[in-house]
Each structure stands twice: as structure tokens, then as C-alpha cells.
Design a protein around this ligand. Structure first.
Ligand SMILES: C[S@@+](CC[C@H](N)C(=O)[O-])C[C@H]1O[C@@H](n2cnc3c(N)ncnc32)[C@H](O)[C@@H]1O
Length: 416
């Protein structure tokens, strides 16, 4: 169902009133037919204006609903955190008094604790119901990770309480050790809850941000046809927006992208808008190379985008062997102004993206920038750290998204 804003309703009502007045006035004049046609034309133009705004309004309304739902979830987590802290204090007291408390009381606390933790896990799962098409797959992985962390902490606390209960008579030393363990798991649980709150908070604004970034991209470049959706296997809309802004600001002659897909096409649009330059995408999977090439043709971007099929092969990188794009395709590249590292995929193995800098730095201009996607993942964090350690010129720019890292000081190309 289409939803219109209050402003659009006012515009519709005003147009209809004007039309009625126009028709009435025309009927009383010498040219009723021409006058009525003119009034109808005015009405149709007004409705067309209203209609052009309705799609954005619908999207924004959807985002508003999501945001409200996420806010409610956040309030629930807030209340729960307080309750959990209270429960924790009681549980700790119960274990401290284990010598005098009855076994039943400790079991009751254990059950209460498990119920609260279960509620937290359910809230986490409920936030999954907020998925709209473009919500980043990473958010759901994040929530899975949190569920797992909460479950682990929960079973840790429950185990300790259970052990204290069953070994009540086993001596004071043992109880003190268990008490320490309980305190440690309580602390862990608390920090998991703080992290949950932070992530639920992020869920409340990230979808809106991603939709907004996509609206900005489509307004700026007006793509000719449907594009693969951003997010999930592809870079997020906000990451792609950042890349296109980088093209606008740096005016590159050559962008090289490891891993082809949606971002390759948007880069093509950005280069077409600046009127020169080229993006060359390295693609290890032949079928995806063909798919992306077909999209390039459908969008009339052949002058701006080249997709090279570059199967992975064993490459020597500073004495280590890595699987990376074939030398046949990478040896002729350069000079490169922007290097986007969004492949090979994680499934290839650890350090899959490490070779990008050692193998291409001699082709990167001295003022080139490198953008690596998925920068919040452990493997990519380690890759960035290792790049920084092997060359102290490599510097990460501040204030970029947590999902992409932007590095300068990466180029070694000597230009005459
Ligand atoms: C992390 S993805 C990113 C691709 C690109 N930079 C983007 O953001 O759209 C990397 C790999 O996904 C694969 N890929 C391309 N198109 C795909 C599709 N439609 N579905 C799933 N994977 C795809 C390709 O093998 C590509 O090298």
C-alpha cells in the first residue's frame, strides 16, 4: 500500500479544489471545453508531482517503522540489564551464603537467572525479525555471535551455581574458588549485555543509514537498469557511496578492484560522471566475471569498466605461498590511483587479502589510496595490522566506516 506524506495530501486536496473551481468557472465562460481541459491538465501535473515523491516517502516510512521497533527493543534491553544486575547481586549473595542457604533457594536463583538470560537471547532473536531486504548480512552474523556469547556466559554462570549447590559440603576452599569463577562469569555476562545493547542500538540506525546511502546513489547517478543489491555478499550502500565520493574527490585515472560485483558498476557510474578514467575488476570466478560483464553491457558502462577473469593461483609473497589472482592479469596493471580490496573471499582461507599490497604496491602511485572492505572482521583487521607493520608509511585514515578501512602511504611507484 502506498503511503503519502501530509504535504502530499494537502497538495492533492488543493489541486482537486482548484480543479473544481476551474471547471465551475469554465462552464460559466465562452470556452467551457478548452477551460475544462486546461483545469484537468493542471490537476494531472499536480498528481504527477505528488506521485514522483511517493516512492521515497514509502521507503522513509518503512525505515521509520524499523527505527521505532529497534528503539522499543533497546528500551527492553535497558530494563532487562537493570533486572539482570539485581538478579546477579541476589545470586552472588546466595552463593556467598551457600553454607547456610538451602539447596532449594540456590536452585531458584539458578532458574531465575536462566530465565532472564533466555529472555535476552529471545530479544536478540526478535531483532532478526526487523530484516528488510537490504539489511547487511553482517548484522545477522553479529547477532548470531552475540547469541552464542550470551549462551556461553549463561551456561558458565549456571554451571558454577550448580556445582556450588552440589558440592556444598566439599569444603570452604572449593567454595571460594567457585565464588571467584562466578564473579568472573558475572563480569563477562555484564560486558556481553553492554555489547548487546550497543549492537541493538546499531541495528536501530544502520538500516536507515544504508537506505539513505542508496537513495543518494540512485539520485546522483540515475542507473539505467536494476543493479545487484548492496550489502550481504556485496559492499554496503554506505561503503559504495564512500567509494564514489572518493572518485569525485581524487579524480582517479585507474581504479583496480579485487572482487567484482555491485560496487564495480557503481564505480563505473562515478567514472562516467567525471568523464574519464577506468575501473578494472579482478574476478577469480569465471561465471561471476561473465555475470558482471553482462551487467556492465546492460548499463552501457563498457567504456568505463573492464572485468578481468583472473583465476586464483599460488603466488609467492615475501617467501610465503598465497592463493591470489593470476600474475598474467595483475602484472600489466598500473599506475593505480585507487585500489579496492574486496576479494578473494574469506572462504579461500586466512590472509586471503594480504597479497594485495605486497603484490601491487609497485604499481600504486605514491599518492594512491587503498580501501579494504569487511575491515571489522578479525582476518581483515590482522591483514591491515600486518600491512602497517611491514611499512611504516601505511596510515589508516580516521573517521571512515567500521566496515571499510582507508589506507594511504601504500604506493611505491616511481614516476618520472
Ligand atoms: C565480497 S564480493 C564483493 C564484490 C564487489 N566488490 C561488490 O561489493 O559488489 C566478492 C566476490 O563475490 C562474488 N560475486 C559476484 N557477484 C556475485 C553474486 N551475484 N552473488 C554472490 N557472489 C557474487 C565474486 O566472486 C566476487 O569476487
Amino acid at each position: 500500500m502506498r503511503r503519502w506524506t501530509r504535504r502530499q495530501w494537502v497538495l492533492i486536496a488543493a489541486s482537486v479544489v482548484l480543479w473544481l473551481v476551474g471547471i465551475a468557472a469554465c462552464l460559466l465562460t465562452a470556452w467551457p471545453v478548452a477551460g475544462a481541459a486546461l483545469a484537468t491538465l493542471v490537476l494531472l501535473v499536480a498528481l504527477a508531482v505528488v506521485d514522483s515523491g511517493s516512492e521515497d516517502a514509502r521507503l522513509l516510512a518503512k525505515v521509520n517503522v524499523l527505527t521505532k521497533r529497534a528503539d522499543r527493543t533497546l528500551e527492553q534491553v535497558d530494563g532487562l540489564e537493570e533486572r539482570l544486575a539485581r538478579q546477579m547481586r541476589s545470586a552472588r549473595r546466595a552463593v556467598e551464603d551457600a553454607g547456610t542457604q538451602s539447596l532449594d533457594e540456590i536452585s531458584t536463583f539458578k532458574l531465575q537467572l536462566a530465565a532472564v538470560i533466555q529472555q535476552l537471547v529471545e530479544i536478540n532473536q526478535a531483532s532478526r525479525a526487523m530484516n528488510i531486504d537490504a539489511i547487511d548480512e553482517r548484522l545477522s552474523l553479529l547477532r548470531d555471535g552475540l547469541d552464542e556469547a550470551l549462551r556461553r556466559s549463561a551456561s558458565g554462570v549456571v554451571d558454577v551455581v550448580e556445582r556450588v549447590a552440589s558440592e556444598r559440603g566439599a569444603g570452604e576452599g572449593r567454595q571460594a574458588k567457585d565464588l571467584d569463577a562466578l564473579k568472573a562469569t558475572t563480569r563477562q555476562l555484564h560486558s556481553d549485555i553492554v555489547a548487546t545493547r550497543r549492537d541493538v542500538n546499531r541495528v536501530s540506525y544502520e538500516p536507515a543509514k544504508e537506505v539513505e546511502a542508496m537513495l543518494q546513489l540512485t539520485r546522483r547517478y540515475e542507473p539505467k537498469d536494476v543493479l545487484p543489491l548492496a550489502g550481504g555478499w556485496a559492499m554496503s550502500s554506505s561503503g559504495i557511496l564512500m567509494l564514489t565520493e572518493m572518485v569525485r574527490d581524487r579524480r582517479p585515472a585507474l581504479v583496480v578492484e579485487c572482487g567484482s560485483g555491485a560496487s564495480t558498476l557503481w564505480l563505473g557510474y562515478a567514472l562516467r560522471a567525471q568523464g574519464y578514467g577506468k575501473v578494472v575488476a579482478l574476478e577469480h570466478e569465471e561465471s561471476y566475471a561473465a555475470q558482471v560483464r553482462a551487467l556492465v553491457a546492460r548499463h552501457d558502462l563498457q567504456d568505463w569498466v573492464t572485468v578481468l577473469h583472473a583465476p586464483l593461483q599460488e603466488r609467492d609473497v615475501e617467501g610465503e605461498t598465497h592463493r591470489w589472482y593470476s600474475a598474467d592479469q595483475t602484472d600489466g596493471l598500473g599506475p593505480i590511483d585507487i585500489l579496492v580490496v574486496d576479494g578473494p573471499p574469506q572462504a579461500v582461507g586466512p590472509w586471503s587479502r594480504y597479497p594485495a599490497l605486497p603484490l601491487l604496491e609497485s604499481r600504486l602511485r605514491a599518492d594512491a589510496v587503498l580501501v579494504i572492505d569487511d575491515a571489522a572482521r578479525d582476518d581483515e583487521k590482522a591483514v591491515v595490522q600486518r600491512w602497517k607493520e611491514r611499512r611504516d608509511t601505511v596510515t589508516q585514515l580516521p573517521f571512515t566506516s567500521r566496515y571499510q578501512a582507508v589506507l594511504t602511504g601504500v604506493g611505491r611507484l616511481q614516476e618520472s
